[in-house]
Design a protein around this ligand. Sequence first.
Ligand code: PMV
Length: 315
Amino acid sequence: QTSMRECGSAFAPSNIALCKYWGKRDAALNLPVNSSLSISLGDLGTRTEIRPSDADAVYLNGEPVALDDAFAVRTLAFLDLFRSEFGNASFVVRTENNIPTAAGLASSASGFAALVLALADLGGWGLGGRMLSMLARLGSGSASRSLFEGFVQWYMGTCPDGSDSFAEPVSKPWPEFRIGILELSSARKPVGSRDGMNRTVETSELYKNWPAQATADLETIRGALFARDFQTLGKTAERNALSMHATMMAAWPPLIYLQPETIEQIHKVQRVRADGLEVYLTIDAGPNIKLLFLEDNEQAVASAFPGLQTINPFG
Ligand code: PMV
């Protein structure tokens, strides 16, 4: 029950999956086909402020957003779920991303997580992490993982009502872990993750193997996390991401998020690895590459990949 304050505000980190979420078993509740595991990006993410008002208004990075813009439509549709908690209020929502929106990183994940936390702050809800994670999941699946720092697992759950499909932190911090962002193209995605997932699930023959592979990869990555076995983690995360892209490419019409620059850099990662540099990659539903490496190799990776933006998730 709600004891309303004047304004709610919160921050949530962006996250990158090492074992990807791809495919929904329930589109309305955002229930996934498989469990997934991610790393949160520390202080890179979304800060959101929300206050009740006479009329809805949405701001993104300080600029007003037209209410028929896709970003505003999605934000307001999500708020519809909660208006009754606040006496059917309208809201002014201010969202600030400190990670480039175009890079496909300030995605919906940190946005919906921050929005749920801001609502919880506004209403003084006092809900636990699991419940907040499930609420964020309703906005975007990967948002369920952005409630937490560090390594996070989203349990797919089995209940049809989604009451056991939430994320939780796993494993202790790994202070040497680094992520590099290779921003290759800021072109808008041709197909969003929702449509992309549906198309893959419905038409891709290769997708049939995805749930089993994701389950196995997740266990391997968890084991590697606990053992601090970076090589196994990196290898499994890279193969998991490229396998996800294989399922997409086998859909019809084919779903190809990789651009020529992406392919070029995939080959480069293989080359520098063959030369002895321990670096792995992962790719989401877009053309940009995220590199995975350890602190010891930070300089070497930065000089091999000019323009790399390095993130210390535990910094
Ligand atoms: O949460 P969504 O609907 O934006 O989907 C995220 C899908 C991937 O980024 C490709 C994978 C993941 O687990 O984050």
